[in-house]
Structures are given as C-alpha cells and as structure tokens.
Write a protein of this length. Structure first.
Length: 508
C-alpha cells in the first residue's frame, strides 16, 4: 500500500464528489484519478520506473497532486522541493536525488533555463506547469501522452514513498527519506487524532512541499474536498478570509505567523460568518496571548501538532478540549498513538518530569534516513531513537513543553540562554509588541550577545530601552537583548517559520 491507494479508494467510493478546488478549477475524484493515471503512464513512457525520483518544484496547483499520485501508481518517488529556492539550490537537490524529471511552474522561466543548461546534460528533463496563462507550458502535452488506465507497480512497506527536504532552520536543508509504511501510518494517525470527517472541506494555505502534505493526504483519505488557496492570499488577509468564506472551508492549517496576521486584521476589520470547525496549527510555537486572541475571533475548535520532517509531521497533539484549559495553552500536547517520547540529558539518560532536556522520539513514522548522509543519520538515530535537537520538558500530566532548539542556545558571558524564554517575556508586552524573534550574534567580549527583532503595533511608541528594561526586570540583566531592531514583519523561511539566520544578518 502507498499514497495512491487513498485516491483509488475515494475515486471508487465517491467518483462524482469534488476532490480538488484551485481558483476556478473543480476536479471530481474520478477526474483527478484519471489525470493521475495519465501522468503515471506518461512518466513510464519517459522511462521512469520503480524507485526512481521525480522532483516537483512548483507552486501549489492541481497538477502537483496529479504528479504525486502518478508517481505513487508506478512506485516512483516524488521529491518535493520548495519552489522559492534559488536555481542553484534546486539544481543541487535534484542532483542529490538523482532525478530524471523535474516539474516547475511556468512562472519560473529563469530557473527553468538554468536547470536545462546546468542539468540537462545529466539527463534531467524539465516540464513546466501552467500558472501564467501568458507563458508557455508543456505539462498538458506531457500528460496527454499517457493513458487513463495504468497497471500499478507493487510498492513495499519499506520502500521510499516520498522525499521531503527540511526547512534548513539549522543549516543546509537535508533530504528526508520517508517509507510507504511511515506515510500511510501517519496519515491514518492524523485522521484519527485530528478527527477528520468525510464532509471535510480543507483549505491548504502552506506549500505542499512541506509536511502540510500530510493534511492533504488525510483529506483524500476520508474523501474530503481539498481547497488550494492561491498564493496571493498569503499577502492579503482580507482575501484569505474571503476565500475561506466563499469555499465554505471547514478546516484550515496555519503557522502562527499567518495566524497573528489574520487575527490582527480581524481585530480591526472584523470577520464575516464562516464555516470553520477547526483550526490546526504548528511548525513553530504559538504564544499564549496570541492563542487567546485567536479564540476570541474564531468561534471554532483548535488543534496543535508538534513534529518535524524527520517524523513526517506530528508526534504530539494538543487536542481541542486541551485548549479549554488555560494552563495547557503553552504546551504542544501529548504523544500520539504509536509514539514513544523521552526527555534526556547530555548523556542520554532520561530525566524526571519538569526537568529540561533534549526531546528524543521513537515512532513507526520515523524517516529511513537522510538522503546521501548515512553518517548524519547514525548521529541522530541512536538505537531507534531520533534525537530531535529540540529542548523541552514533560509535565506531571504527560504534556510536552518546548523550550528551544539545542542549536539556538546563546552562550553569553558563560551563561546559557534560550531565545524562546526571552521571546516569551517580550511578548508579555502585547499589545505594544506584535511579534518578536531573538538570536545570538558573535561578540569579542561576551562570546555572543543577545539581539532581538521586534514588530510593534502600528503607532506604538515603545522603545528599545523599554524592552531591554522589561527583560532586565523579569529575567535578569544577562538575559536582556543588547541590540534591538524594529521591523514591519519578521523574515520567514519557506515553511513559514521565523528565520533566525536572517535575523542575525540584520546585526552584522
């Protein structure tokens, strides 16, 4: 069994139901299945077979899903690459994966030219997907060479079913090999834990190249309707809310940075009636004050997931009923079914509840390893336990609380300081402060100094000295930022997380 079976089953049970909506395009399950078959057949004609890699570096679109399912039908491996990456990085990733075909949006002409020039000699074929009606695209003619019927290739549980790349928040992005068993198990776990239903209308806002693909597959698993939100909506909160209303979305998954912008917009402009039943969030911690603001705006339930690419998404969940207990809003929940989780010290020994340490995870959804990095794989997976690099603690009730990433720790004047603690302190200055990110930069005297990027409320008169004094008073002098810059918006990675590397560059 692999990912194609979700589409095959829903197309058999609900052939005329709308499977996918993107702009003015509506595809039934029967149509999506037929198109995926044609894509699979066309890939076979290009010589793509079992275990071979096909890269997708396109924006969210209907064809993106056709290609994923088409690959799955012939047991090829879809490799999802962030379309925002540079031509050089995209070429490197495709080369690492040994890809024979790469799909990208026809808006990326310069990237396509670069890839043809630098990778064409290695046998990489570039196929463009129509996004801009005024520019040429060859995906439709490619798919047209395929047949609406295709013989499926047998896929084994241990075979690689997908390659995702990490977001690169800890350095160079790494390819993550995910088995068919891990993919299927995690989709089923998500359907149960996050309580997906057949009448779901799920609005996908984030790029499919990230772990949001898990929610996309959960939608197809239950025979729901997937609404792909146009890219421009991310820059226009009013438009995003309008699409949510017009398409009668019942569920959406958002990162906290997008939630903050939506809430800030709604607090000023209000919000129309909506059909949302649940908002899921994750990718980075959400502070308690933002969660409370969100609960006032949206009359629906909330679900948080904590996880990473290496586990194909969530390993803990903060359930809707947990969100009614205020003291749990700072938690990322409890382990999901099939997940074992420990907090360990530097020697790998488990520590008691309330003690801070590294989060290590054992689960059936754990990656096979990093693409082309066997030594790094051995470093992070020890005796079946994945060492996440995240720092946190477990409460007596069994809820996990994140402190920070091990790699984010700042050593200033010999003192260990975690950015998340300072960010949490500064956010208590809400509503004057909307967003904040803290990092450490090299300093000849202190080793590192603490710096902060802050987004103020429009019209706020709060100063850098006010923030420094607030931190000195509540955390201690050695934990206050020595330099602060005010921004209109925090810089983000492709997955919507705040980029601490870009924050550091502001202070060079």
């Amino acid at each position: 069994m692999n990912l194609k079976d979700f589409l095959v089953n829903s197309a058999r049970l609900f052939p005329q139901k709308t499977a996918l909506i993107y702009r003015d395009r509506h595809l039934s399950y029967s149509e999506l299945y037929s198109n995926a078959c044609r894509c699979a057949s066309a890939l076979r004609k290009l010589g793509i077979g079992k275990g071979e890699c096909v890269c997708i570096a396109a924006r969210n679109c209907v064809e993106y899903l056709e290609i994923i399912f088409g690959c799955s039908m012939i047991a090829a491996i879809p490799c999802l690459i962030n379309w925002r990456l540079s031509s050089e990085v995209t070429a490197d990733m495709a080369d690492e994966a040994g890809a024979k075909v790469l799909f990208l949006s026809n808006t990326e002409k310069d990237k396509a030219d670069y890839l043809r020039e630098n990778c064409g000699g290695k046998g990489l074929r570039i196929i463009s997907i129509l996004e801009d009606p005024q520019a040429p695209a060859d995906y439709d003619s490619f798919r047209g060479t395929g047949s609406p019927e295709v013989d499926f290739e047998e896929a084994l549980d241990g075979d690689t079913g997908m390659i995702l790349f990490t977001s690169g928040t800890t350095g160079r992005a790494k390819g993550v090999l995910i088995s068919n068993k891990a993919l299927i198990t995690q989709v089923y776990n998500t359907v149960v834990c996050a309580r997906w239903s057949h009448d779901e209308r799920f609005m996908c806002v984030s790029p499919i190249c990230h772990s949001i693909s898990l929610s996309v597959m959960a939608c197809f698993c239950v025979g729901g309707t997937l609404i792909l939100c146009p890219l421009e909506c991310l820059r226009n909160c009013g438009r995003l809310l309008k699409v949510m209303e017009e398409e009668y979305a019942t569920r959406v998954t958002l990162v906290p940075t997008v939630i903050e912008r939506l809430v800030s917009y709604a607090e000023v402009h209000g919000i129309s009636d909506h059909t949302l039943r649940i908002i899921s969030y994750g990718a980075s911690p959400m502070n308690t004050s933002l969660m409370k603001r969100c609960q006032k705006i949206f009359d629906c339930k909330f679900h948080q997931g904590y996880g990473m690419t290496e586990t194909y998404g969530t390993v803990t969940a903060l359930l809707p009923e947990d969100h009614q207990r205020e003291h749990l809003l700072g938690s990322v929940g409890r382990p999901m079914v099939g997940v074992s989780l420990r907090i360990v010290d530097d020697k790998g020994k488990e520590v008691p509840a309330g003690r801070i340490g590294e989060i290590v995870i054992k689960a059936e959804t754990l990656m096979k390893g990093y693409l082309g990095m066997p030594e790094l794989t051995k470093q992070v997976i020890v005796d079946g336990w994945y060492h996440s690099g995240d720092i946190g603690y477990m409460s007596e009730e069994g809820y996990l609380y994140l402190t920070d990433r091990k790699s984010s720790m700042i050593i200033t004047g010999g003192e260990n300081v975690f950015p998340a603690e300072i960010e949490k302190c500064i956010m208590t200055m809400y509503p004057e402060v909307r967003e904040v990110s803290v990092a450490g930069v090299p300093d000849p005297v202190w080793g590192e100094i603490i710096v902060a990027a802050v987004v103020k409320k429009p019209g706020s008169q709060i100063s850098d000295k006010d923030i420094m004094e607030h931190c000195r008073k509540h955390l201690g002098s050695f934990k206050k930022p020595k330099k602060i810059v005010f921004l209109d918006a925090l810089p983000l990675t492709g997955s919507g997380k705040v980029s601490r590397e870009k924050i550091k560059e502001l202070f060079k």
